[in-house]
Design a protein around this ligand. Sequence first.
Ligand code: PLP
Length: 949
Amino acid sequence: MKTDLLADRHIGIQEEDLPVMLEKIGVKSLDELINKTIPSKIRLKEPLPLAAPMTEREFAEHITELASQNKIYTSYIGMGWYDSITPAVIQRNVFENPVWYTSYTPYQTEVSQGRLEALMNFQTVISDLTAMPLANCSLLDESTAAAEAATMMYGLRTRDQQKSGANVLFVDEEIFPQNLAVIQTRALPQGMKIQVGNYKELVFTPEIFACILQYPNASGSVEDYREFVEKAHAAHCKVAVDADIMSLALLVPPGEWGADIVFGSTQRLGIPLFYGGPSAAYFATRDEYKRNMPGRIIGWSKDKYGKLAYRMALQTREQHIKREKATSNICTAQALLATMAGFYAVYHGQEGIKNIAKRIHSITTWLNKALTRLGYVQHNELFFDTLRFSLPDHVSAQKLRTIALSKEVNLRYYDNGDVGFSIDETTDLKDVNLLLSIFSIAAEETVQEVTDIPEASSLNRELRRRTSFLTHEVFNKYHTETEMMRYIKRLERKDISLAHSMISLGSCTMKLNAASEMLPLSNLGWMAIHPLAPEDQTKGYQTLINNLSEQLKVITGFAGVTLQPNSGAAGEYTGLRIIRAYLESIGQGHRNKILIPASAHGTNPASAIQCGYTTVTCACDDKGNVDVEDLRAKAEANKDDLAALMITYPSTHGIFEPEIAEICKIIHKCGAQVYMDGANMNAQVGLTNPGTIGADVCHLNLHKTFASPHGGGGPGVGPVCVAEHLVPFLPGHQVWGNSANQVSSAPYGSAGILPITYGYICMMGAEGLTNATKTAILSANYLAACFKDTYGIVYTGATGFVGHEMILDCRYLHDETGISENDIAKRLMDYGYHAPTLSFPVHGTLMIEPTESESLWELDNFVTVMQTIWQEIQEVKNGSADKEDNVLVNAPHPEYEVVANEWNHSYSREKAAYPIESVRDNKFWINVARVDNTLGDRKLLPTRYGKFE
Ligand SMILES: *Cc1c(COP(=O)(O)O)cnc(C)c1O
């Protein structure tokens, strides 16, 4: 009896496609291809010991059952996470919409205008609410944003401070513990010292270069920091402020009292709790620091006909260009969640957000009075949403806790016996009465039910916000659901995603994100859980996390795993931090160099720097492999200082280097560790693994190999798997009583999206996963065989085959015709395709990774398109097309150009827009012509208010 398994739906290639493909490649069987591609020495001998695959229906039942083991209590714990209401129109049309969640980071500007506009909305929200001129379009979480602020301010020290070695970062003691922990992990290897104390008592010394404050602070008190900031600036100290984004609707924003950086979380702008993540952190600063800012920035530019367009600006700060000199290692961020937060602000507008903030504050103000009357002593003179109480003599915290739990309520319990809570958007009259009853029962008092909460404020004049925000038209137009739905749809139509066609981005593994993996995320059992909820309320999450961790250990061949890092790059940093801690523990803490092949992804050197290391680059040979002799020489020359090698496998050139085991041996002999960048794990799963190869640690990109979607640039999850000797150094978290090496706000990072990967592995099973890997390699080799005689493949392995991706040569085409790889990328849009990876890892090339999910029909259509483009290049070469006016240099051809009355090109409209028949069936109409990149960088306009001229 054949059961319907996900593998049959996930894998695009069918049994009957095999003969055609194998013949094209020139092998007799799939196994022959695999044997010739992956060195036998590193092949797994046995199938992965994973459970038998579940059907989609079985998984649906299983994951629903697990979700039901999470108890949905009302959590007033706060501490950076607040329940919020995701407007249904956003949940359904963005969060649950594959066009939004399967699109890629908007590098290809002309087919990304929708999400670029959505992210521009987000930046505008941040800029308005914080009153800072410049915001980026998200960071991983609040705590890493704090760490980024520390690093940025360290880099901004004055020359005198650098000369004198000023290295003390002051952090106010009233900061959330997770922020302090993550700052600590980051700061120490970078050479910063942290001084924690009460900001009111701080005596500025020349050693202090910057301060970090929280607003309102960790206990909920709204402090007036104006005087402090003046003093700090007089002492040449920068000030970064972690601000609650919702509170800024009512409070004077830090930008109005002199902050240099404002950062925080936007979770409460309509993003579910998700047991701590994902949600988007924000980061805003002054215009003069734009080149020092971490993360991605969306700006304006114009297309070649002068139409306004959005684009990612100032990429010259980023790791993929600047490598070890980058401002941060951020690659994947939290685009989807930032998009949602931006839409939340669009939907509510200024009045809506103000009303939400006022309701939160009025309830808090009312409860403050009511509980004070019951004998509780409240600490915060000024507050927004958070109260902290000392208890009357006859009330114990334990008593309160017991009563609260009996009513399915979580309060915040302080170490010193104080009890508190944070009110949020979801708190209603029924909740207020319940809270009141908990505190009155504990105090053995009777109180009357309240039937209405009057609008009230506890804020004084000095701290009350007077300036307006969200005044731009976009925040005032879409307040009905019909308008909102259409606005979302309008943006959606401007973007290419996997819902339209194959996205063959090499190294990014844009595979299917199956609906059966995505559906569980909308279950309240996953959405509505606070990360600091007591353990007996989170059994479902615990089981999910344990099961998934075990699966990932099996797949990587390692002994331990952390799910804390929120991206691949965060995983790299975490892995290196683990190595650092290990080396320190064996008296090798002086080792400070990381060896990195020249072909490595930009995040590798950038992560090494964030971890306080310096980098040594080793060469690649002319076959694209790591030059083993150069590696040996560099390793030995730096033998005493070498901490680790970072290596991607199969290589970023898509090749399984046979020398990999030898390379690991060389590094180990020097007393260093091998870090494997696991971005290419899609070529390994079930066939080989980092443990077998001899590495010590690797990160995985769940948003590449393990079916989690890219979200237009995040969320991601970058678990780190380690060998036995590194297990003791895996990240802790302050809720576990040990925050060593903590790298994220939440104990399990972006736990809310783990059901996707868990579902992928449960439903694929060992055989399905292994077949997926084989098919990914098959499809790549099929494409390589199709393109070898036209474009040519830059690198193949020793036996002439590629791994799961290949690099197409475009350099000679450019030499012959002036047509660049970028022209090819833009021309692909006219055919309805997103470009492959451009100019990485080799300049002047395109890197194609088809993944296992594409059908033979789609592969063939892509081949036809690419070969037609190759013909178009030949037309330029042989003179039948104009060198200056041809379909390639003019690409893409936007709709408005094609339908205009005027048409002055030397070729037809049909050739421009419908070059081959299959395009007619699935035409993607492009919204803007080619966008001017230099204009947008010359004049950075990071908000919706931006206007050229
Ligand atoms: C994608 C990628 C990374 C970075 O991963 P993020 O999740 O984007 O941070 C690192 N190395 C390689 C080879 C990659 O392809």
